[in-house]
Design a protein around this ligand. Structure first.
Ligand SMILES: NS(=O)(=O)c1ccc(C(=O)N2CCc3cc(O)c(O)cc3[C@@H]2c2ccccc2)cc1
Ligand SMILES: [Zn+2]
Length: 262
């Protein structure tokens, strides 16, 4: 948003967000720590389907919080459906959260353990809401697919994104990014945990049905290191701040349960 006054530093980071965004202390905040053997297996939970074959990526941008790839969401050409969702949700964007060198950087954790990074694929309920912004503020407005990234070998397709990062080094920069299909970033299994939560950045709207995949994808330390050449600051700002540790820590589960696909 224009003039965002929040970040991930000591003064403006997650522990301070509640001052401008009181919902930060709400009853369905994200991320959370997922405890697998406390998740409820639910036979009513079917598989999710990702219909991305007709997706049209538009651009890649640095919004001062993460690097975001946006998609043409003017029709239902690419949607997620099934699982906990009552209707199709339209693909809008994907972005990442990551740590500093050798540190964890995912937002969700699994039995207290974090991953190096986490990919969020954001979809919105265009059946019920007219615009993304309306959906992003509604309790059943968004469906975000969370995919863990763990360190290992090079990811064979991630170079298509890391090769473009030098073009969006500074906050507010954006560049064309056509022909990218996020299907190439999915793990082999679509087994998932699901729960009702929120945006993990301000405005922290409690509008997200989270679908977190159990199987991580693998990227190399070299590839992850390229995300860290991005900067939180704009080109004209003299204070240079490397973009890293842009993750919110796990929040209180409160009265929620996490369900597990079969
Ligand atoms: N991590 S996450 O929960 O998957 C998530 C999802 C959506 C959004 C999102 O689309 N936002 C919130 C932050 C933001 C920051 C900007 O600079 C911006 O231009 C847009 C957004 C949007 C947004 C802003 C206001 C209302 C709804 C969404 C952010 C994070
Ligand atoms: Zn995110």
């Amino acid at each position: 948003m224009i003039g965002d006054h929040w970040g991930y530093g000591k003064e403006d980071g997650p522990s301070a967000w509640h001052r401008h965004y009181p919902v930060a202390k709400g009853n369905r905040q994200s991320p959370i720590d997922i405890i697998p053997n406390e998740a409820r297996r639910d036979s009513r939970l079917g598989p999710i389907f990702l219909k991305y074959d007709q997706c049209r990526s538009l651009n890649i941008a640095n919004n001062g919080h993460s690097v975001v790839v946006e998609f043409d969401d003017s029709d239902d050409r690419s949607v997620v459906l099934g699982g906990p969702l009552d209707n199709p949700y339209r693909l809008k964007q994907f972005h990442f959260h990551w740590g500093g060198k050798g540190c964890e950087g995912s937002e969700h954790t699994v039995a207290g353990v974090g991953y190096a990074s986490e990919l969020h694929v954001v979809h919105w309920n265009a059946v019920k809401y007219k615009t993304y912004n309306d959906a992003a503020a509604a309790p059943d407005g968004l469906a975000v697919l969370g995919i863990f990234l763990e360190l290992g070998d090079d990811h064979r397709w991630l170079h298509m994104i890391t090769d473009a990062l030098y073009m969006v080094k500074f906050k507010g920069s954006t560049t064309d990014f056509k022909g990218f299909n996020p299907k190439c970033l999915l793990p082999s299994s679509l087994h998932y945990w699901t729960y009702l939560g929120s945006l993990t950045t301000p405005p922290l709207h409690e509008s997200v049905t989270w679908i977190v995949l159990k199987e991580p994808i693998v990227i190399s330390e070299k590839q992850l290191g390229m995300f860290r050449m991005l900067q939180f600051n704009g080109e004209e700002e003299d204070q240079r701040m490397r973009m890293e540790n842009n993750f919110r820590p796990p929040q209180n589960l409160k009265e929620r349960i996490v369900r597990s696909s079969n």
